[in-house]
Design a protein around this ligand. Sequence first.
Ligand SMILES: *[C@@H]1O[C@H](CO)[C@@H](O)[C@H](O)[C@H]1NC(C)=O
Ligand SMILES: *[C@@H]1O[C@H](CO)[C@@H](O)[C@H](O)[C@H]1NC(C)=O
Ligand SMILES: *[C@@H]1O[C@H](CO)[C@@H](O)[C@H](O)[C@H]1NC(C)=O
Ligand SMILES: *[C@@H]1O[C@H](CO)[C@@H](O)[C@H](O)[C@H]1NC(C)=O
Ligand SMILES: *[C@@H]1O[C@H](CO)[C@@H](O)[C@H](O)[C@H]1NC(C)=O
Ligand SMILES: *[C@@H]1O[C@H](CO)[C@@H](O)[C@H](O)[C@H]1NC(C)=O
Ligand SMILES: *[C@@H]1O[C@H](CO)[C@@H](O)[C@H](O)[C@H]1NC(C)=O
Ligand SMILES: *[C@@H]1O[C@H](CO)[C@@H](O)[C@H](O)[C@H]1NC(C)=O
Length: 443
Amino acid sequence: MSLSPSLYFLLSVALAAPKTSSVSTSTTSSTTTTITTTASSSAAPIHSHPSSVYHGSYSGTPTTTGELRATSVGTGVSVASPGPAATTYPSDGKLHDAQPAPYVPAGGVGLNKSPVYNVKSDFDYQSLALGLYQEYIELDLFRYGLTEFSASDFDAAGLSSVDRYLIEFMAEQEIGHATLLSNILGDEYAPSECAYNYPAFASVREYVDFCQKLTRWGESGVYGFLPHLESREAAQLLLQSISTEARQQLIFRQFEGLFPMPVWFEVGIPQSWAWTLLAPYVSSCPANQTRLVWQNFPALNIINNPVPAYANATPAITQNRSTPLSQPGGQVNLVWDAPGKPVGPNNSYITSTSAGRPAYVAWVTQLNVTYSALTISNSSCNNGKNITYASTTQPNLETFSGDPAINGTIFIAVTDDDPFLTSYNLSLINDHVVAGPAVYQAG
Ligand SMILES: *[C@@H]1O[C@H](CO)[C@@H](O)[C@H](O)[C@H]1NC(C)=O
Ligand SMILES: *[C@@H]1O[C@H](CO)[C@@H](O)[C@H](O)[C@H]1NC(C)=O
Ligand SMILES: *[C@@H]1O[C@H](CO)[C@@H](O)[C@H](O)[C@H]1NC(C)=O
Ligand SMILES: *[C@@H]1O[C@H](CO)[C@@H](O)[C@H](O)[C@H]1NC(C)=O
Ligand SMILES: *[C@@H]1O[C@H](CO)[C@@H](O)[C@H](O)[C@H]1NC(C)=O
Ligand SMILES: *[C@@H]1O[C@H](CO)[C@@H](O)[C@H](O)[C@H]1NC(C)=O
Ligand SMILES: *[C@@H]1O[C@H](CO)[C@@H](O)[C@H](O)[C@H]1NC(C)=O
Ligand SMILES: *[C@@H]1O[C@H](CO)[C@@H](O)[C@H](O)[C@H]1NC(C)=O
């Protein structure tokens, strides 16, 4: 990222915390890739990250378990009604207040004070720390595929050396994003890179599909909290990184021959949804890593999730997808775990739910949250844990006329109720989540 002198000034003055370890700004080596940046001496340094990362499961005993908790924990967020003032602005195209200056309309937030690019609340800290976990796994995942598969494996999947370079460049983007978030959080306590445990990818296609799904929840996880941050300064910079991540997600879709952007709006999800999806792939973190507050819901698996590889499309800018991957009315088969399972870094987080009996499937896509009825097939006890099989039917809805809401890479969860929720209050769904989310490959 090339910074304008004024932004660089703000970043270096307001953000740069003392580094506990130094890293060469000219060369960073990993097991596979060597990044040679041409950074001038005036560029801010990148954050240190390990040159080689362990991959595999964690078999030790965690030194601590459970999510981070404050000394006092309430029973729920109380939501006030918006009040009459929420709808009094006339919205008629006329100016209703004196202008502070020519060309400047009255209003706006944060325009009359000098920005400070830090976190300003526990909500901000925990949200950005979650974002940092995500940037780090992306950095590792992008490099991992380039080591795991040979050039000829990639060639066989229709991905050439320039495509592989693009994945390597995406890894470099993640170094930048991780540096930015570490600087905003403060280097001393910001989470570090962890060790990861990926599925056994049988092919480049499977790897690319996993990248496409992982970047989807990375992107959507940020959209869910961005407008709720206290720190609008942090939101500004995070927005500019997540816009890059959105491009990565789209490119991975093109790499696996999916229609690049089959929706009109990109979906946002709550932090605990992103953490539920991410944590199973983090095997262990450094000893002094701070802990996250977010919930890990029981894992939800979609037994018959549409598989993009079946479409047999080759990488392309776009596709004629006359046969959709999924259809309204299609049956979706699900299985989920009971709560109480160790998950995530060092198996030190425990899955939980505060919901009642499973009754619905929530479909979170584009601007919509909609529900379908759940039919329980059977449940069985496995090692004292209740595993439930159920099914539902893919709903049919549009955002605006002409835009079927369920398409692309979306999220579903099993819930006990069907509360009316919209993009800005979606996190109120968490009390109702029995299991999930899972990533549904609708198109
Ligand atoms: C997680 O595992 C790492 C590597 O074995 C260890 O250094 C660290 O202390 C562990 N953390 C916890 C919370 O158990
Ligand atoms: C999803 O979008 C693609 C591309 O526009 C389209 O071909 C397909 O029919 C859509 N799927 C559904 C279920 O609407
Ligand atoms: C955490 O551990 C790393 C590696 O040992 C060390 O560089 C860093 O200073 C430690 N941070 C804290 C807050 O103890
Ligand atoms: C896509 O393929 C279908 C079926 O072969 C064909 O009818 C349609 O005209 C194609 N659409 C475009 C835009 O090429
Ligand atoms: C439970 O339902 C699943 C999915 O329908 C099925 O595969 C499985 O055999 C069933 N198990 C029992 C014990 O009925
Ligand atoms: C398992 O959970 C399902 C869904 O909540 C419930 O219907 C069933 O009675 C439970 N089975 C056992 C053995 O607890
Ligand atoms: C989907 O979201 C759009 C935009 O908020 C809304 O107009 C529409 O009514 C929603 N559709 C359903 C079925 O909830
Ligand atoms: C979520 O927001 C919508 C307004 O967009 C409101 O109608 C709904 O009642 C809210 N849901 C809850 C559970 O507060």
